[in-house]
Design a protein around this ligand. Structure first.
Ligand SMILES: [Ca+2]
Ligand SMILES: [Ca+2]
Ligand SMILES: [Ca+2]
Ligand SMILES: [Ca+2]
Length: 502
């Protein structure tokens, strides 16, 4: 049996305990956020995942990346928008827009930085409120990340983490019940097989000055002596190896965090550069002595993690839609004590019960998300098929919700949503590419993950986001909301709002 208690601590820490830590409640000031926090503390049935909850009210908060946004006149400087959850769902009026021009946020708006391309959530300072680490999408090695800190009034402040702007990842990688931060620097070019990517593993808690409790070796000692000429190149340069590897030869793009081998140490799933212009998939398995690397089957693509078959091991869902040779599919690799299994499960529109017809160009799997919508203990899977035609409307896009079960993903009860679904705002238009990204998190605090989906192409690449409530019978379009940059007073022109949802 997996170490269930540790797994549970990773995924379901007690809300009550988190609210009592750190004196956050005793110091809050008057305002709507604090009133909601107090209400959340009094209701045991309101409990989103703490890592999704910036203001500690028990409702998950949705983060939307808009990396194309023009900020202070700088094109493609980028921003993120946070909309706070509530009993009745997301309300565009309860939001915070964050860019390099936001008061308190370090740095200045820079053209083509694509701020908000990557971000991660977790309670870095261990005060009971999730924090947000925002990275960049440009390849600059020194753009850095920014941390905004959770509080009863929502996200505040801003702390710069120098140099490591690419794909920050939060999780309890060393199993001590505090959130750690894995940091990855940018890589100027992928053309050179020997390209070095700097990486750091910060042990939590992380102080608001941007200082970790300790810097750990990024890789476990067992990983130090790999040969240069292998496809797993040496993990450290000669200089780095003296005090532990702090760089990766052969860059990676980390994408999702979960406990795939059920050992209580969070793991990172990622795309992995294999050299000669080729990319593959990999996992960094967490441990108290640094990550252990593994190659896993499959092409790069969208990645999401959750326990689909309810066996206590998180499972990895991978979408291959960007790679036509894989013909628009998603795959599940199931977790086990030995790590993810070689044999996986293919997800496509040919599964019995799944609506739609598999056609070339559907791009089924462009986005994937994992979360328990129905509340039966088995995480469900949302798959974006951005190239799906809606009726005669080409490439309008759709999102399919596939249910988890003890036997894995099942087509039974599968649902499809698009802009012509009754109750979903908007109209399916040619090239909308609805489903560009998807997220499953509980923004209504009722124990059912709610579905968020985006269209980055909507309104001439301004983009927009939809939120559909989760119920025991799956997501429902009834009472769904949709909003774009204009609805929250954020930069609109080609913002690509919704490029990333978490
Ligand atoms: Ca919240
Ligand atoms: Ca915090
Ligand atoms: Ca693990
Ligand atoms: Ca599992």
């Amino acid at each position: 049996m997996p170490r269930a208690s540790r797994t549970n601590r990773l995924t379901m820490p007690l809300l009550a305990a988190s609210l009592l830590v750190g004196g956050g409640l005793s110091s809050f000031t008057l305002g709507q956020g604090s009133a909601e926090a107090a209400a959340g503390a009094a209701r045991a049935d309101v409990a989103a995942k703490p890592s999704d909850d910036f203001n500690g009210d028990g409702y998950g908060d949705l983060v939307v990346g808009a990396p194309g946004g023009t900020v202070s006149g700088k094109a493609e400087a980028g921003y993120v928008a946070v909309t706070y959850g509530a009993k009745n769902g997301l309300d565009p009026a309860r939001k915070k827009v964050i860019s390099r021009s936001t008061s308190g946020v370090p740095g200045t708006a820079t053209a083509k930085e694509f701020f908000g391309s990557t971000f991660t959530k977790g309670d870095l300072d261990h005060d009971g409120y999730a924090d947000l680490v925002i990275g960049v999408g440009g390849r600059s090695a020194d753009a850095g990340s920014v941390v905004l800190w959770g509080s009863p009034a929502g996200l505040t402040g801003g702390t710069k983490i120098a140099t490591f702007g690419r794909s920050p990842m939060a999780g309890d990688f060393d199993g001590d019940d505090t959130t750690d931060l894995a940091l990855f620097a940018g890589v100027p070019s992928y053309g050179d097989d020997g390209a070095v990517q700097q990486a750091r593993l910060w042990k939590g808690p992380i102080a608001r000055t941007g200082t970790p409790a300790k810097t750990l070796d990024f890789l476990d000692k067992s990983q130090w002596d790999r040969l240069d000429n292998d496809q797993h190149p040496a993990p450290c340069t000669e200089q780095d190896c003296e005090d532990g590897p702090r760089s990766l030869l052969g860059p990676v793009v980390p994408k999702a965090v979960g406990d795939l081998n059920g050992d209580g140490y969070a793991d990172i799933a990622m795309d992995r550069y294999a050299g000669d212009g080729e990319w593959g998939s990999g996992v960094l398995y967490g441990s108290p002595t640094g990550f252990k690397r593994a190659r896993v089957p499959g092409a790069p693509g969208a990645l999401a993690i959750g326990d689909i078959n309810g066996d206590g091991y998180d499972d990895l869902v991978r979408g291959d839609a960007d790679y036509p040779e894989y013909n628009s599919r998603a795959y599940v690799s199931y977790g086990s004590a030995g790590g993810i299994k070689e044999e996986g499960q293919k997800l496509d529109q040919n599964m019995p019960g799944v609506p739609g017809v598999e056609e070339e160009g559907d791009l089924f799997g462009r986005s994937v998300a994992v979360g328990d919508v129905t509340g039966d203990g088995y995480a469900d899977v949302a798959v974006g098929a951005v190239g799906e035609d809606v009726g005669t409307v080409a490439d309008a896009g759709s999102v399919v919700l596939l249910r988890g079960s003890a036997d894995g993903v099942t087509g039974a009860g599968a649902q499809v949503f698009h802009q012509n679904t009754a109750g979903v705002r908007g109209v399916a238009e040619k090239g909308d590419l609805f489903g560009a990204d998807t997220a499953l998190l509980d923004v209504t605090g009722d124990g059912h993950a709610d579905l968020a989906a985006s269209s980055v192409e909507e309104n001439t690449r301004a983009g927009a986001v939809w939120s559909l409530r989760g119920t025991a019978t799956g997501p429902t379009a009834t009472g769904s909301v949709a909003f774009g940059p204009k609805d929250i007073g954020a930069p609109n022109l080609a913002a690509q709002f919704g490029s990333r949802l978490r």
